[in-house]
Design a protein around this ligand. Structure first.
Ligand code: SF4
Length: 687
């Protein structure tokens, strides 16, 4: 993976941004990064990257990088040595554990740090602290995907590979905007649609792919369940069910069908705001395709019925036989480069490494032996529960790795209250984020370019991340930091190496059984990887991972979001959140690259009719208010959104859009409902 020409080098590594997981070739000279290219032979991206991966790397040595630990003394964060910071953390954690018990401590691991470091973080929380209070940002993005697909299929990960786009004749995209958020995959989809593959886009916004799709079902936010029920209704009533697949591979269909046939299609049309004839045509196009490939994103999961929506998407794939064959499947588009890996490694409060149920006595016994420690057998706090526990005083300490919860989690003022109420907030970061401002102690970590390990992309591809440049002086990798703290807390660990940690992972995570550092060549391997190194491009070919081996149909009725029921009258508009191509998530990295000159601010998309109703002009500052708070933001008048619906990014802390978002969450997985926020609008005062 490394070739050297004189003092120049080319190193293969993996992009730190989205879940496409593009393989990159980074050129350096005398320890300085010159450029990033996309290797043509890389299976994940075949010679392509987007402008995030290719150009947005300059953050790694930005002057803002944190380069020394900081400890809060008399209200101010002051520089310290690593030794002081470690002593401070270890004595505070020990004191809190002794006085309040292990469940008074929690950790949030990072979806941008490699598998090995995520694995170590959950091991630290479980084996050293003795709590299952460990979570990661999958909670606020795809936790409903994991749970919904586990319920239907037994496994909560993409069933197929991106390469299957070459074998599909129908692409169904629901609640995702791939050309902005997963650009390399989005470009492949666009090419296919331009060449005549049937495209169905289900999205409240007219996203770019909607312009190339055969059908755009522009539903009201919060009505995915109603729309999918319409599709299932037409597939059943128009006799487009794949009977062989349903009879041989699934269970629960009879009861499911009975419930679907009771639905009132006119009522659903009214709820969704989408013409039933259009839904019928789109449903039949998907059902009758030789192979229909489904993709979804946070427009599915970030709803109070997120998990249920994923279950219905799974129903849709099973009823049409679109599982276990090429060019088909249910394929969540994972937002962060290693969010799949963070969950695989056990950075979740209910499942340890390898998705084992922490409450199962046999699993508990296995963990106890493997970790040589007493691992707890009760489920820990999910992220929203951590905030509640901090506010009510039962959570005393929180360790965050690379997670800016103040800017990214909903209802900012509530998150700030939680941070302020902790006795100990450890923030391990590369920049002074909005959250880091509340820290008791800050540990300066390293970026992806300064470390090695593995990332797992959205198609289950475990790829090797290779160190390109040395860590900036004063910084340490997350793995090194966690191991040094483990050793100081009386749990001896060998010095951190990604190779060694990967070996340990392969012993406890069954779908990593055949993974070694050496056999992960440049293109990586897709899990499950069996002894000997054979990997898996497609899941569920012969049977599902559920105990019966069958896929499970579940009927779900639509229900209005609590946010609409509670606040709809006072706040009559819906605002939903979106992403733009130039920036990644809350922009901590991309705002410190040239991308900030291309896209300089968050704006509010507003339909011309709504703008006219409020005498708002393009570019004018408006105040958007919800039951949680308000933000002032620039209006961008566009018919990309429906009347009554606004949309905005949250890339910039100057706007802090999450001041208004709702912490109502998915009833099953506790993913917050960022996509349905009731609000009202007026011109900003004095602007
Ligand atoms: Fe590839 Fe995503 Fe990185 Fe863009 S952001 S280069 S699509 S991994």
């Amino acid at each position: 993976s490394k070739s050297v020409v004189a003092s120049s080098e080319k190193t293969r590594t993996v992009c730190t941004y989205c879940g496409v997981g593009c393989n990159l070739e980074v050129s350096t000279k005398n320890g300085k990064i010159l450029s990033i290219q996309a290797p043509y032979e890389a299976e994940a991206n075949g010679g392509h990257t987007c402008l995030k991966g290719r150009y947005a790397f300059k953050f790694y040595n930005h002057p803002d990088r944190l380069r020394t630990p900081l400890i809060r003394k008399n209200g101010d964060l002051v520089e310290s040595t690593w030794e002081e910071a470690y002593d401070f953390i270890c004595s505070k954690l020990t004191e809190i554990k002794t006085n309040f018990g292990p469940d008074a401590i929690a950790g949030i691991s990072s979806a941008r740090t490699p598998n090995e470091e995520n694995y170590l973080m959950q091991k630290f929380m479980r084996a050293v602290i003795g709590t299952n209070n460990i979570d990661c940002c999958a909670r606020v993005c795809h936790s409903p995907t994991a749970l919904g697909m586990q319920r239907a299929f037994g496994t909560g990960a993409a069933t197929n590979s991106i390469e299957d786009l070459n074998h599909t004749d129908c692409i169904l995209i629901i609640g995702a905007n791939p050309t902005d958020a997963h650009p390399v995959t989005g470009a492949k989809m666009k090419q296919k649609l331009m060449k005549g593959v049937t495209g169905i886009v289900i999205d409240p916004r007219r996203i770019e792919l909607a312009k190339y799709a055969t059908y755009h079902l522009q539903l009201r936010p919060g009505t995915n369940v109603a729309l999918l029920n319409m599709m299932l209704y037409f597939i059943i009533t128009e006799d487009a069910v794949d009977k062989d697949f349903v009879d041989n591979r699934t269970e629960g269909f009879k009861e499911f069908k009975e419930e679907i046939l009771k639905l009132d299609i006119d009522q659903l049309e009214c709820i969704t705001g989408v013409d039933k004839h259009l839904v019928r045509e789109a449903s039949l196009a998907y059902a009758k395709a030789n192979a229909g490939m489904e993709f979804h994103g946070l427009g599915v999961t970030e709803h109070s019925q997120g998990t249920f929506t994923v279950q219905l998407i799974s129903d849709l794939a099973m009823i049409t036989g679109n599982i276990g064959k090429k060019g088909a499947g249910v394929n969540p588009l994972r937002g962060q480069n290693n969010v799949q890996g963070a969950a695989d490694m056990g950075a979740q409060p209910h499942q340890g490494a390898g998705y084992y149920d922490v409450t199962d006595p046999e699993i508990n016994a296995r963990y106890n032996t493997f970790y040589r420690s007493k691992v707890p057998d009760h489920v820990g706090y999910k992220i929203p529960e951590m905030f509640d526990a901090a506010i009510n005083g039962s959570l005393k300490a929180l360790w965050l790795i690379g997670e800016d919860v103040v800017q990214t989690d909903p209802n900012t003022q509530k998150v700030i209250r939680a941070m302020n109420n902790l006795d100990l907030l450890i923030v391990q970061e590369i920049f002074m984020t909005e959250t880091a401002k509340y820290a008791t102690v800050i540990l300066p970590g390293t970026s992806f370019l300064e470390k090695s390990g593995t990332f797992t992309n959205g198609e289950r591809r475990i790829q090797r991340v290779n160190k390109v440049v040395d860590p900036l002086p004063g910084t340490k990798s997350d793995g090194e930091i966690i191991v040094e703290i483990m050793n100081r807390m009386g749990y001896p660990q060998p010095p951190y190496t990604p190779e060694g940690m990967l070996e340990e992972i392969s012993q406890i995570v069954p779908f990593f059984a055949g993974v070694t550092w050496e056999n992960l060549t440049d293109n990586g391997l897709q899990w499950p990887v069996f002894e000997g190194g054979k990997d898996t491009k497609m899941l569920h070919q012969k049977e599902f991972k559920r105990s019966s081996g069958k896929g499970k149909f579940t009927f779900i009725n639509w229900r209005e979001s609590k946010e609409v029921e509670t606040h709809g009258e006072e706040y009559p508009y819906i605002i939903t959140t979106n992403r733009e191509l130039e920036h990644y998530n809350c922009g901590t990295m991309t705002r410190r690259t040239g991308n900030v000159d291309i896209l300089t601010e968050d704006v509010l998309m507003i339909h011309p009719k709504d703008a006219a109703d409020h005498f708002i002009e393009d570019g004018e500052m408006v105040c958007v208010e919800s039951a949680r708070g308000k933000v002032d933001i620039k209006a961008f008048i566009t018919d990309e959104v429906r009347p009554g619906v606004f949309s905005s990014t949250f890339h910039f802390p100057e706007i802090m859009l999450n001041n208004i978002t709702s912490d109502v969450h998915d009833s099953e997985a506790m993913c917050p409902e960022y996509k349905v926020v009731m609000c009202r609008i007026r011109k900003s005062k004095g602007k």
